[in-house]
Design a protein around this ligand. Structure first.
Ligand code: G3H
Ligand code: 13P
Ligand code: ZN
Length: 307
C-alpha cells in the first residue's frame, strides 16, 4: 500500500529502527526491492533521483510503483524523490503521485536552505506529502581534519534544531561524514556519532543517512572476480550502520550497493558466454543479487517483520 514517508518513518523513529530507502532506475531494481520486502516482511521506501526520473519518465516510475504496491498491498511503501534540486522538481513529483520528496538545498547558505525547504514543506504538506531536507555537506571526514574544518562541512546541531522548528520538515539528513558512491573514506572509515546523537536529541524527528552503502566484501569480490575494477572503494561498515540506528537514523539511503551487486552478475554472464544476448539471462541474476542484499540489509537495520 502506498503511504506517506512520515507514516513509515514516524514508527521507525519511535521504535528506533532503520528503513532502507532503495534507489531504482528500472523495473528489475524496483521489483527486487518489493520482492525483498515481501520476504522480509518489511516496510520500504523506494526512491528515484531526478536522473532516474529522466531515464524512466515520471509517469512510468510512478506507474510501476503503483502497480507493485497494489500487488503487495500489505507492504507499506513510500515513493520518494531523492535529492530534488528545486521547488519545481518537488512539485512535479507531488503532482505525479510521489508520497515523499527531498529538497536538497544543502549547498546553499543556511538561510536560503531554510527558505527553500519551508516553501516545499508548505506545498507538500497541503497535498499530504512528507518532506526531507539536508544540512551540512556530504563528504568523508579525513583522519587529520581539524575541528573548524569539521564544523564547516558537518551538520551543526543547534542549526539543525532551528531548521527543523522553523521549516517544519518531516525528516532531516544531517551530514556526519558519509559520501555518495563507492569511495567514501580515504583512510579509516569515520563518522561523527556524537554529532548525530546531539541532532537527534535537539530535533526529535526521524533522521536520514545518505551515502549509506556498505559495499559488503562478498559483493565487492563478486565484482572483482569478473574483472571489474573498484580499487580503493570503501563503504560504511556494518557496525557503523548499526551504530547510526542507535544514534537515531531511521532512513538509510542505499543505491551503490545495488548497482554493484547487479552489474557483477551482468558481467559474470557476459564473461561466461560471449554469444549471449538475451537480456533476461543478464538481468534475472542481477535482480536476484539485489534482492538477497536487500533482505540482509533489512535484517541489519531492524525493519524486517515490522509490518
Ligand atoms: O544520491 C544519489 C543517488 O545514488 C542517485 O544517483 O543521480 O546517479 O541517479 P543518480
Ligand atoms: P550510496 O551511494 O552510498 O548508495 O548512497 C545513496 C544515496 O545517498 C541516495 O540518496
Ligand atoms: Zn543521497
Amino acid at each position: 500500500m502506498l503511504v506517506t514517508g512520515n507514516e513509515i518513518l514516524q514508527k521507525a523513529h519511535k521504535e528506533y529502527y532503520g528503513v532502507g530507502a532503495f534507489n531504482f532506475v528500472n523495473y528489475e531494481m524496483l521489483s527486487a526491492i518489493f520482492e525483498a520486502a515481501n520476504e522480509a516482511n518489511s516496510p520500504i521506501i523506494v526512491q528515484a533521483s531526478e536522473g532516474a526520473i529522466k531515464y524512466m519518465g515520471i509517469d512510468m516510475a510512478v506507474g510501476m510503483v503503483k502497480i507493485l504496491s497494489q500487488k503487495y498491498a500489505h507492504i507499506p511503501v513510500a515513493l520518494h524523490l531523492d535529492h530534488g534540486t528545486t521547488f519545481e522538481s518537488c512539485k512535479a513529483a507531488v503532482d505525479a503521485g510521489f508520497t515523499s520528496v527531498m529538497i536538497d538545498a544543502s549547498h546553499h547558505p543556511f538561510e536560503e536552505n531554510l527558505e527553500e525547504t519551508s516553501k516545499v514543506v508548505e506545498m507538500a504538506h497541503s497535498r499530504g506529502v512528507s518532506v526531507e531536507a539536508e544540512l551540512g555537506r556530504l563528504m568523508g571526514i579525513e583522519d587529520n581534519i581539524s575541528v573548524s574544518e569539521k564544523d564547516a562541512v558537518l551538520v551543526n546541531p543547534k542549526e539543525a534544531e532551528q531548521f527543523v522548528r522553523e521549516s517544519k520538515v518531516d525528516y532531516l539528513a544531517p551530514a556526519i561524514g558519509t559520501s555518495h558512491g563507492a569511495f567514501k573514506f580515504k583512510g579509516e572509515p569515520k563518522l561523527d556519532f556524537e554529532r548525530l546523537q546531539e541532532v537527534k536529541k535537539l530535533t526529535n524527528i526521524p533522521l536520514v543517512l545518505h551515502g549509506a552503502s556498505a559495499i559488503p566484501e562478498y559483493v565487492k569480490d563478486s565484482f572483482l572476480s569478473t574483472g571489474g575494477d573498484l580499487k580503493g572503494s570503501k563503504g560504511v561498515p556494518f557496525e557503523f550502520l548499526k551504530e547510526s540506528i542507535k544514534g537515531g537514523i531511521n532512513k538509510v539511503n542505499t543505491d551503490t550497493d545495488l548497482r554493484i551487486a547487479f552489474i557483477a552478475e551482468v558481467r559474470k554472464v557476459a564473461n561466461a558466454d560471449n554469444t549471449q544476448f538475451d537480456l533476461r539471462k543478464f538481468f534475472a541474476p542481477g535482480k536476484e543479487a539485489i534482492k538477497k542484499l536487500i533482505i540482509e540489509r533489512m535484517n541489519l537495520l531492524g525493519s524486517s517483520n515490522k509490518i
